[in-house]
Design a protein around this ligand. Structure first.
Ligand SMILES: *Cc1c(COP(=O)(O)O)cnc(C)c1O
Length: 480
């Protein structure tokens, strides 16, 4: 039959929709959209020489598509990668016990910009500024949408139309197109690069200072390490130099950590240490090592923070009430000496032996429910991730599932696209499951997802055996 003849065999949208009728819990608009999408795909297939599926199969595909369209696109997943601050998977998980407060702030009116004591207008900064400044020993603090915004706001406020001196070893790209030279250009400041890629000395900074200089900037090498013949100027030296010229020093700390951390021979400076060293304004993320919500935290000299608050950009990058609600509770938790109880810190500090015991239990349960698999418990490493402590690893134990190459891909895909999406690592012909980033209450759903995905993977190449989600889920790496 000609293509035209076969195209005419494709049922009309209305025929398919009437045939399906109501799907409980799925609004009819998703059935309509699903039918249009599936029929368009079939038309496309027919033009490429594929046969027309029968009406039952078409209706089955439309039902699956409609159910998928009816689910939120932003979904929770089980992170079995062992990467703790996984930027693609939402960075730091927040404590469940903070959700009731978040719910109240989100669904009711609040004191966001109101002072109950006087009955007058307040500022959204008041809720966390004092707490944050006190925690790190700074004069003042403010919070914006994210750290990228904090850097842009600080540079715009302090150095628009003037020069900013930065070491060539610190012209960092963070990912998602955040590059120090680009942010600098956007702020209206002129970048003055000094030193070499591997070495910058104090005299490099000193020579670059002139009457156009507004700021010396230090940028944390969040996501890479330099080894070998390298040298940089330490904070104390840099601040002494800047202050002798009446210039401020800014540091983009990236992750920003409040608790001492030494892993794999790598030590992050705490925000307290940076402030103590005399850095005039420091910026860092809320959802990296702080373990809170997405936010950009700014701490430093009062006059600088006040100017930043008044800058027109401050409104464009302001933080919303839901973020503030959770951030305040996270900061209070640090203030009360319970920072280590935040989910991220519990993961970081979780002993490998405990993870091994959980992995063995999962192996045993999986062995019973899906017999014949090649399962192993192996020593491996969890990663901090998210542009924090580059390459720093924490010893862990993983469950591995060895599969032939074609099945491996199919099972990995079935895991991502299942009812409860699971993201795993694939290494050396094995699925690698690190329970460090899996919450205990997720272990049962993880087991079920594994059993289901392995059964599907056994049926062949996952295609056609799972609900077609209609969009491509990009492989989740862990950029930042
Ligand atoms: C992560 C990072 C940023 C960006 O922070 P966001 O909170 O993701 O906007 C900026 N600078 C450095 C050095 C970083 O590590």
């Amino acid at each position: 039959m000609s293509d035209d003849g076969r195209l005419r065999q494709i049922p009309a949208v209305q025929t398919v929709i009437r045939g399906i009728g109501d799907i409980p819990g799925v609004a009819s608009t998703w059935v309509h959209t699903g039918a249009r999408q599936v029929l368009a795909e079939i038309r496309q297939g027919v033009r490429q020489g594929h046969p027309v599926p029968d009406l039952d199969e078409i209706m089955g595909r439309v039902r699956a598509r409609a159910r998928d369209l009816a689910r939120p696109h932003l979904r929770s997943v089980i992170n079995a990668t062992g990467v703790m601050i996984h930027t693609n998977l939402g960075r730091a998980p927040l404590p469940m016990e903070m959700m009731a407060h978040l719910g109240a702030i989100a669904t009711q009116y609040s004191t966001l910009e109101y002072r109950l004591e006087q009955g007058v207008r307040g500022s959204r900064h008041e809720h966390v500024a004092g707490l944050l400044a006190e925690l790190v020993g700074a004069e003042a603090a403010m919070v914006v949408n994210n750290n990228a915004a904090a850097v842009l706001l600080a540079l715009s406020t302090l150095a628009a139309g003037k020069e900013v001196v930065v070491s060539r070893g610190e012209l960092v790209e963070i990912g998602g197109s955040f590059r120090i030279p680009d942010v600098m250009a956007l702020s209206g400041a002129r970048l003055v690069e000094v030193g070499a890629t591997n070495k910058t000395h104090d005299y490099d900074y000193a020579r670059a200072i002139n009457e156009e200089t507004a700021l010396l900037l230090k940028v944390h090498q969040s996501n890479f390490r330099q080894i070998g013949f390298v040298d940089s100027v330490d904070r104390a030296t840099l601040t002494a130099l800047a202050h002798s010229h009446q210039l401020p020093v800014m540091e983009d700390l990236g992750s920003g950590v409040l608790l001492p951390i030494r892993l794999d021979g790598w030590e992050e400076p705490t925000v307290q240490q940076v402030v103590e060293a005399g850095v005039d304004v420091t910026t860092f993320s809320g959802d990296k090592l702080l373990g809170g919500p997405q936010a950009g935290l700014v701490v430093g000299r009062r006059d600088i923070v006040e100017r930043m608050k008044k800058h027109p950009l401050a409104r464009a990058v302001r933080v919303d009430k839901m973020t503030l609600a959770v951030l305040e509770l996270v900061l209070r938790q640090y203030r009360e000496g319970r920072g280590e109880q935040l989910p991220l810190w519990q993961m970081i500090r979780m002993p490998a032996e405990g993870i091994k015991v959980r992995a063995e239990a999962l192996r045993d349960a999986l062995g019973v429910q899906a017999p014949g698999l090649v399962l192993d418990i192996e020593p491996d490493w969890s990663e901090i991730g998210g542009g924090s402590m580059p390459g720093t690893r924490v010893p862990s134990w993983v469950l591995t599932v060895a599969l032939p190459t074609d099945r491996l891909t199919a099972v990995e895909e079935a895991l991502r696209r299942g009812t409860v999406p699971v993201v795993v690592r694939v290494k050396g012909g094995k699925l690698v499951i690190d329970l460090r980033t899996v919450f205990p209450e997720q272990e049962r759903p993880l087991l079920n997802a594994l059993v289901e995905a392995i059964q599907r993977g056994h049926q062949g190449s996952g295609e056609g055996h799972h609900e077609d989600t209609g969009y491509d889920q990009a492989g989740a790496g862990h950029g930042h």
